[in-house]
Ligand binder design. Structure first.
Ligand code: NAP
Length: 210
């Protein structure tokens, strides 16, 4: 499947590109800077330039599915969080609809389904993620929303815990998040579902078989 990865230059996004490529999909890396292109093109992966705060419509040409893995990051203020994590995601969902792309996988965050429960400093972020997730649920697209706990740079071991709700907080390597997103892109069972995601003891394909 030809999959547009929004946020492809990010720490999760780079893994997503590799996992999709390794599993026989055709990833297309959306990046916002021409300097970010060679790392993908050297591996034979197509890149498109697009900025969620500007025009990124051309990135959607000839695309079959979208993984949204972008975010403004922890070092920007609430204004950027709303512009990118919320409004950027909503505009991406609209672009997907406009181009007739049905499959959309969203990298969200644990607690985005209950933003009022978050620490005060996190609330604007959780509400931004929440609004984007709710918009996707109402969009008519075949969505899957993944809400991981704290992301680490540990090497992935391919073992996860994925449930509609997990009642404890925890962490997960970015590599395992990426492998889960890549696996979900073609998993019909996960369509129109939202999951919390942590490290666990089930292999990704086993955890998602049920
Ligand atoms: P990251 O390394 O900061 O990657 C975010 C990507 O988004 C970057 O590639 C960045 O582009 C891109 N981006 C930012 N603004 C953009 C714009 N205007 N247009 C297009 N792309 C834009 O983050 P990560 O570690 O991969 O995590 C991905 C996401 O997971 C986070 O953003 C967050 O929402 C979510 N998450 C994080 C945690 C955590 O513990 N950190 C937990 C749960 C969920 P550049 O490379 O050009 O800067």
């Amino acid at each position: 499947m030809r999959v547009l990865v929004i946020g492809a230059n990010g720490q999760v996004g780079k893994y997503v590109i590799d996992k999709l490529n390794d599993s026989g999909h055709e990833p297309v890396a959306m990046v916002r800077d021409t300097d970010q292109v060679p790392q993908f093109e050297d591996k034979g992966i197509r890149s498109v330039i697009g900025d969620l705060e500007k025009d990124f419509e051309s990135a959607f040409y000839n695309i079959e599915a979208v993984i949204f893995a972008a975010g403004s990051g922890p070092h920007t203020g609430a204004d950027k969080t709303i512009l990118i994590d919320q409004e950027g995601a909503i505009r991406a969902i609209e672009r997907a609809k406009h181009f007739g792309i049905k499959r959309f996988v969203m990298l969200s965050s644990m607690a985005a389904d209950r933003p009022e429960s978050g620490a005060e400093a996190m609330k604007h972020y959780l509400y931004a993620k929440h609004r984007a997730d709710e918009y996707l649920k109402q969009s008519g697209l075949d969505y899957t929303i993944v809400r991981p706990g704290r992301l680490t740079n540990d090497r992935g071991n391919g073992k996860i815990k994925i449930q509609e709700h997990i009642n404890s907080y925890g962490e997960i390597p970015r590599e395992d998040v990426a492998e889960t997103l890549s696996f979900l892109i073609s998993g019909a069972k996960a369509e129109n579902k939202a999951y919390d995601l942590l490290s666990g003891d089930q292999r990704i394909h086993e955890a998602l078989a049920n």
